[in-house]
Design a protein around this ligand. Structure first.
Ligand code: ARG
Length: 276
């Protein structure tokens, strides 16, 4: 009985403490829902006018997957505890290809998307820059990274401003009308971020309620959410667009919107930073 009381008291004070901090603090803690919205493939966007470059990149990606380079880059940024087997790298003959500027591989990205691409001091680092650098090395090219708005990447690749778009970019039917995609090199999951204690407890609740949903402009989160309710979205009127994913997360934390739909690895990084 005594111990039970003690336990009950401990629970009560813990509950009080949680209650007090959540009332007192203006800043709410965030969490990612267990139910995800969609699973996606990430690949590099390449101009439809440059089939040989796609063929060369696909071959480089295959060699870099087979020798363990790509799995170990991903494991470095998203540790799963698995040991990646490194094999001897082979270098085959690449098809004849050309790039916009001789000797260079110009990559467009949006470097606010940890761990895929982000700023660290003066450098842009992450899974995508490292994979793109390994591909460029294979092809004997110098990698040049341009940090641009996410929703300008596909148009820029199409217009011949960039050789590749590499930005945790999801392969979609619609985008395939404008650009080619390399073989996918990673998987992403669209997740939902809400404040701790939110009445939005799963994706169905999010879709059914009259909630404001934040997204990064032009991303698949934006595309899915902006579509009509019949098509699995929440409709244009309920979507708030932000230039950067983290701006949506900040708006969520200050209570301006009710949820954010974004890729799960950046979601984890944004939530960790917000809850600090
Ligand atoms: N995977 C999503 C998409 O392709 C989001 C990518 C956002 N990437 C970024 N670097 N900001 O639409």
């Amino acid at each position: 009985m005594k111990t039970l009381n003690k336990i009950a008291a401990a629970f009560l004070s813990a509950a009080l403490l949680i209650g007090m901090t959540s009332c007192g603090a203006a800043k709410k803690n965030l969490k990612i829902l267990d139910t995800a919205y969609a699973v996606e493939d990430y690949a590099m966007a390449i101009s439809k006018d440059n089939e040989p470059l796609k063929a060369a990149i696909d071959q480089a990606l295959k060699e870099l997957t087979d020798d363990g380079t790509i799995p170990s880059i991903i494991e470095k940024y998203i540790p799963s505890g698995k040991t990646v087997e490194k094999k001897e790298s082979v270098k085959g003959e690449y098809p004849d290809f050309s790039t916009i500027q001789e000797g260079k591989l110009i990559m467009a990205t949006n470097a606010y998307f940890q761990p895929y691409e982000y700023h660290e001091g003066d450098a842009i680092v992450g899974i995508d820059p490292e994979i793109a650098k390994a591909v460029a090395d294979k092809l004997g090219l110098e990698l040049v990274i341009e940090d641009v708005e996410f929703d300008s990447i596909i148009a820029g690749v199409q217009a011949g401003k960039y050789d590749i778009g590499c930005a945790g970019m999801t392969v979609t039917e619609d985008r395939l009308k404008s650009v080619n995609f390399s073989t996918p090199y990673a998987t992403g999951v669209q997740s939902v971020i809400v404040v701790e204690g939110s009445e939005i407890t799963d994706v169905d609740k999010l879709l059914a309620g009259n909630y404001k949903v934040g997204v990064q402009t032009g991303t698949t989160g934006d595309i899915y959410m902006s579509s009509s309710v019949e098509d699995g979205g929440v409709g244009e009127d309920r979507v708030e667009r932000f230039a950067k994913g983290n701006d949506a997360v900040i708006a969520l934390q200050s209570g301006k919107i009710d949820a954010v739909v974004i890729d799960n690895e950046p979601a984890k990084a944004f939530v960790a930073a917000a809850n600090k």
